[in-house]
Design a protein around this ligand. Structure first.
Ligand SMILES: NC(=O)c1ccc[n+]([C@@H]2O[C@H](COP(=O)([O-])OP(=O)(O)OC[C@H]3O[C@@H](n4cnc5c(N)ncnc54)[C@H](OP(=O)(O)O)[C@@H]3O)[C@@H](O)[C@H]2O)c1
Length: 292
């Protein structure tokens, strides 16, 4: 009998990528959108998981609206902290490996070298604080029994994300301004799924990993690459000027880390996850979009 993987937040971009991944060939995937399993509802979560009896849970459910979280902190914490608590409480004492996805936003972003898994955390936004609170729930309630993977700058062919927003704006507008003083690494959800797949296969809980594609970029670099690659694939018909601007000229409700490159060496060594440069992953995703 194939092992069973429950996927919470199955309608999100990571959830959708998991469902369409190679995992489906070797495991029974149990997709749980918010309608099937609301992680804020402890009683119904327990009843649903009791009946499904998964061997793994990949928690891809989250409150991800970074700016809205500043004024809806209770909603962000209900999902990103309390929802994780409910999953951890259910998993406690059961033969299940809970795999949870967290974020580079747990860091303040003041360093100028990649963040290692044991670097001090100090989130500067409500979203980052609520995600860190979720991590703490797991380390407190399920010590040694859960895996946490911090990732960053996720995009995919599914739902809304930076790549799809840029493509739309590049069609609609004659010029774009994009911040060039926030530095990180884009990560396609397919790349993250490669790492999650390795975690499932190895099945040794109790670790904290960092995962993104390889390389470093500013949002401006990312936008320029999106336009170049999209033009090459005829996803766009004309080039428009893309201009760099400082964050100070693009104020947002939530503060974002100025630098949040993650050090992936632990995952690369222990999990041997397949990794490629972010620009190759971008090309892969744009190719999928061009074939639609
Ligand atoms: N996106 C990024 O750039 C990024 C960066 C770093 C880390 N991450 C982390 O990566 C993970 C996956 O992110 P993503 O980009 O795939 O997010 P996403 O596309 O926003 O998907 C999140 C999913 O969670 C669902 N959800 C929200 N509240 C729920 C609840 N109470 N019960 C069950 N499901 C609920 C949402 O459903 P609704 O659509 O109904 O709200 C949505 O389908 C998250 O943990 C996120 O924090 C993301």
């Amino acid at each position: 009998m194939p092992k069973r993987i429950a996927i919470t937040g199955a309608n999100g971009q990571l959830g959708q990528t998991l469902l369409h991944s190679e995992l489906a060939e070797s495991y029974t995937l149990l997709p749980l959108g918010r309608e099937e399993l609301d992680i804020t509802d402890q009683a119904s979560l327990a009843a649903t998981l009791d009946s499904l009896k998964p061997d793994f849970i990949i928690n891809a459910a989250a409150y991800t609206a970074v700016d809205a979280a500043e004024t809806h902190a209770a909603d962000a914490y209900a999902i990103n902290e309390q929802g994780v608590k409910h999953l951890a409480r259910w998993a406690k004492g059961k033969p299940v490996h809970l795999i949870h996805v967290s974020t580079d936003f747990v860091f303040a972003g003041e360093k100028n070298r990649p963040y290692q898994v044991d670097d001090p955390v100090s989130p500067i936004s409500v979203y980052g604080q609520s995600k860190l609170a979720g991590e703490k729930m797991l380390t407190t309630l399920l010590p040694g029994k859960a895996t946490i993977v911090r990732t960053a700058w996720l995009y995919s062919p599914y739902n809304t994300n930076f790549v799809k927003t840029m493509l739309r704006l590049m069609k609609e507008r004659d010029e774009l301004h994009v911040v060039d003083d926030q530095i990180g690494t884009p990560c396609s959800t397919a790349s993250l799924v490669g790492c999650l797949q390795a975690i499932v296969k190895r099945n040794k809980p109790g670790r904290l990993y960092h995962w993104t594609d390889a390389g470093v970029a500013s949002w401006y670099d990312f936008a320029v690459a999106i336009q170049e690659e999209a033009l090459a694939l005829s996803l766009l018909e004309r080039a428009i000027p893309v201009n760099p601007i400082p964050t100070a000229k693009y104020p947002t409700p939530a503060r974002r880390p100025a630098y949040s490159v993650l050090d992936k060496s632990k995952a690369l060594v222990e999990l041997e996850c397949p990794q490629q440069h972010w620009r190759s992953s971008l090309r892969d995703v744009l190719k999928i979009l061009s074939e639609r």
